[in-house]
Design a protein around this ligand. Structure first.
Ligand SMILES: Cc1cc2nc3c(=O)[nH]c(=O)nc-3n(C[C@H](O)[C@H](O)[C@H](O)COP(=O)(O)OP(=O)(O)OC[C@H]3O[C@@H](n4cnc5c(N)ncnc54)[C@H](O)[C@@H]3O)c2cc1C
Length: 389
């Protein structure tokens, strides 16, 4: 999709060759590597590390990373396509791919020193290493700027104490970008981002969450107990960590919107197919207006979400500020994802409530989208602040 920013009404809807290529590659890969095992992973909450290594070989773990650092060097257009296509198959694989690419890897790509980029990006972009990103704490989620995990300077080192929770790849991540307090509470310039490798003394993983959905995406606590980290592991300037993380989230929200789009499309396509196959009263249920109108609403909401997402992606590619647009895309796409997945179950009737059909998994996975990387309420806060300033 091409958008003319001088006149946003001029939009060309053609997919680029790269988008088509990425979509086809993921469909083939997903049929072979994800579909046969996804319900087993979901059931047992298995985070399939080996799958992500294979995704690395296909360039899916460094979609936005320039080729010079071992990445695919694609734009947000291909990135949105990739996340949506994979999430159409399995939302939890989409969530993990988004967290690795948009949060950990992108924080390093955007703000780290050249030396840090050379050291970490090739490993992350090729999937050799899995990345985590820690902002949220048990008592500070939406209010992340009030975080309590502290890093105190001690010579050339920082000593970190505290905990982060709900961290994607908290256990399996080889490296984490973690934002912690280096100054007083109440000052948005008093937090700093560190790159911390697994195995650093005092750094460990805690409880793994047992979740409603997104069960193949690992979510766990990070614990810091007198964890000594050399000052060379600071990303950018001391005190800039929180401001950096807000910018990282502006991009990240596009990926959660893409994740929502993929789940919604998956739920819709499954319901559409089923509605033509299932007969009641000697007719396919799609012939009942009550079902046909549901499908019409689902399809329309999906198209509206798609437009918002590709508009934000296009602006991001052009280096424009996407604070409002990414929040709008994330808010709308995640809310309609829940609505579409809910109607999907309804169209499947009782069968939608069983694990024999995909509707229930889309329904469970969908709900995370209105929560992760800022709840819907927080997106409205971001949007309203932007339009009222
Ligand atoms: C599966 C999963 C993966 C995650 N991965 C990561 C990760 O990799 N890294 C990371 O750092 N975090 C991660 N998170 C954390 C996620 O970003 C937070 O859960 C989210 O930001 C909400 O924070 P909270 O859960 O503490 O909810 P709270 O902030 O306690 O919110 C509770 C409710 O209050 C509402 N609320 C709060 N403040 C306001 C306000 N000012 N106005 C109106 N309503 C408000 C919220 O919208 C919500 O409805 C993940 C979470 C999950 C569930």
């Amino acid at each position: 999709m091409q958008i003319n920013n001088e006149n946003p009404l001029e939009i060309s809807f053609e997919e680029t060759e790269n988008q088509k290529m990425v979509a086809q590659m993921i469909r083939d890969f997903g049929s072979r590597e994800i579909k046969p095992k996804m319900m087993e992973w979901d059931d047992a909450q298995i985070f399939p590390v080996d799958l992500f290594k294979k995704m690395g070989e296909l360039g899916l773990m460094g979609v936005l990373v320039p080729e010079a650092y071992g990445g695919s060097g694609f734009s947000y257009m291909e990135y949105v396509t990739a996340i949506a296509e994979i999430s159409k198959i399995d939302g939890s694989i989409g969530l993990s791919m988004a967290a690795h690419n948009s949060l950990c890897t992108n924080h390093i790509l955007q703000f780290a020193s050249e030396e840090q980029k050379q050291k970490y990006l090739p490993k992350l972009a090729t999937g050799e290493w899995i990345g985590a990103w820690g902002l949220t704490e048990p008592n500070t989620g939406s209010d992340a700027g009030n975080m309590r995990t502290v890093a105190e300077k001690n010579g050339d080192y920082y000593v970190i104490n505290g905990a982060k929770n709900f961290i994607t790849h908290g256990r399996s991540g080889n490296v984490a970008v973690v934002i912690v307090r280096t100054g007083p509470v109440g000052d948005s310039h008093s937090m700093t981002a560190f790159i911390i490798e697994k195995g650093t003394p005092g750094f460990s993983a805690g409880k793994k969450e047992n979740k409603l959905g997104m069960r193949a995406s690992e979510t766990a606590e990070l614990i810091f107990s007198d964890c000594r980290v050399h000052q060379s592991q600071v990303i950018g300037k001391v005190g800039d960590g929180f401001i950096q993380s807000l910018k990282v989230l502006d991009g990240g929200r596009i990926s959660i919107a893409a994740l929502s789009l993929g789940i919604a499309v998956g739920a819709y396509e499954a319901a559409l197919k089923y509605s033509k196959e299932r007969h009641q009263f000697n007719k396919p249920i799609s012939s009942f207006q009550g079902i046909a109108f549901k499908l019409a609403d689902m399809a329309t909401k999906i198209e509206a979400a798609r437009l918002l997402i590709f508009r934000a992606a296009d602006m991001k590619n052009k280096g424009l500020d996407v604070n409002k647009e990414s929040a709008m895309a994330k808010l709308y796409a995640s809310e309609i994802c829940v609505e579409v997945a809910t109607e999907g179950v309804q169209i499947f009737g009782g069968y939608g409530y069983t694990k024999d059909f995909p509707a229930e998994k889309y329904y469970r996975d969908a709900k995370l989208c209105t929560i992760g990387e800022g709840t819907s309420e927080i997106q409205k806060l971001v949007i309203s602040r932007s339009i009222l300033k």
